[in-house]
Design a protein around this ligand. Sequence first.
Ligand code: ATP
Length: 648
Amino acid sequence: MTLHGWCFTVHCAGIQMPQPIRSNDQSAPPKERRNWKLRSYFSIALRRGPVRYWTGGVVIVAAVAAILVWHFVPAVVRGDATVAYSEAAQALAARQVSSLTVTDDGNRLVLSLRTPRVVAGHEIRTVETVVPEKAVTLADLERWSAAGTIVRVVEPHTGSIERLIQFVSVLLLLSLLAAYALHHRGGLGANRFAPSPASRHLTLADVGGAREAQADLRDVIAYLKSPERFIAMGAHCPNGVLLVGPPGTGKTLLARAVAGEAGCPVIVAAGSDFNEMYVGIGSRRVRQLAKQARDAAPCIVFIDEFDSLGGRRGRPNRSGEEEVTLNQLLVEMDGMASSNGVVWMAATNRDDMLDPAVRRPGRFDRVVEVPLPTAADRLEILRIHAARSRLAPDVNLERLARLTVGHSGAELANLLNEAAIIAVQDTGNLITDAHVEQARDRILLGRVRSGMVLSDQERRLIALHESGHAVVGMVACPEDRLHKITIEPRGHSLGAAHFSPESDRHLHPRRYLEGIIAKALGGRAAELVFLGPDAVTTGAGSDLVQATGIARRMVAEFGMSEQIGLVSADPSAQGGAPSGQLQGEIDNAIRSLMAAQGARAESIVRQHRDAIEALAAALVEREVLSADEAYALAELHGVDTGRAPAVL
Ligand code: ATP
């Protein structure tokens, strides 16, 4: 726990800070000063609770243990001086030794002399000598005993220092383990939900697009700003707002912006904060969160990734502990309806997974959709992030917004950030259009693997494969426009024909989906036509994954297969896998759909053999072809791309 967090809790609870330790009050007598120190320590410990003073406890236990070990571990037997073995042997033979200690596994002899010697002004009573391993035998011991020397054998020696170090290390290790366990039980996380201070820095102006969501949230802002107006009118604000949308669409940003607009603190938690294997920890954390919220009111409590906390009860893989935690949250939210000033907000990508009880009026009763941004939204988001970057005049944000269909706000922010990083490495002082283009390629396709060496044969094969995708895509799926073709090895791929939709689409006709499958199978079709069935390569693996995924959804979710008919077999929506028989039929339907589109792709490749040859040759020569170059070459070789004929 940080000092800051602790101070805040105390302040919120209206409790006075503990008196500072007055041990440095020099006017007091020393004994009094010591007493103050102790009293302050224990009074703070009592207020903070025992768990928070675990470190003090561990230190005290370690110190006591160390003293005990120091006291009880036998001292090492040492002589006052070290002498040669011959000298020691002489002393033994001359019966000048009163007692002999054999130690260190018989490797060291310590002799107590009957008459002390004086060497360099020092009186020597014991001497020691080292003997070779196993040199001292039982017969020697008996001989020395018979000569009147008391012989003692000491067990293998471990010095007290070494023992102490061993003991303290074990103790420290145990303390660390105990601290770790305590921390993960939540004992040390009493302040894990500290409210971040009210900040006016982040406002709705920082959120691009999401107009409907912003409109929905203005009520909440108005309420948090002046709840008394609502109370006077007999109205009450939504108790909870559930933000639903794909990842990276700005849900967290919206929650923070609402708090910023309302000028109130926000407590941020994640659904996974409440998932613990220890019994009772999840519900305890919910209580903790609710308490922090009550103390900080008016405030916003924001729970990210809410599905892992508010998931449907009774689901097969849900533990009893998770259900108890959710029940506790429901209880706390009900209890809070009467206490003014706490607005619960939660974000999820999977609202279908939520328990119905979570969404009943009085709990998360307002659902705000935060969809992927439209072209206009993307432009707004790009402008917001571009305002913080140094863009060159050649960067056309309108074009970029059009080219980034399907990108979330987070992806757009990442794109500009990546372009800025490339610009920095380029030692330029402005982000140019080329930097943005490179950033797009790096995000979509991965970093160029410049160290990868491909043979001429492999480069031609990849060029044919990518040209196959390109030409089949131009013919079978003209709705998407080719952006570029490349045979540069990047990330996991050896090449790519990159298509992107020209505008936002909200519904996808069957013809379009079939076209995408054909486009994905165009690479394999080109290999088949140009190289023959025995020479096809592993390059189509990821294409098959993509195509099969679309085919499966068409058949099992969208009712686009005559063989299967109008039925949904989506396991997550239907609460389980379909029957074995239906599953078998679905698999057959997927196979026929894939086979039909594979045959279609092959026939397009055969029909436009010349165009594919020409594109492949250009790719082998230049590695990258822009959209304009590729369309022009294809049109020149008779491909109807749906564009006005180009002049080369
Ligand atoms: P997840 O569902 O994965 O938690 P999220 O919807 O909560 O994601 P945020 O964390 O809010 O997404 O967004 C991440 C980042 O993306 C933001 O910090 C911001 O930089 C950028 N971003 C996302 N959406 C927007 C937007 N609408 N306007 C401006 N920036 C945005």
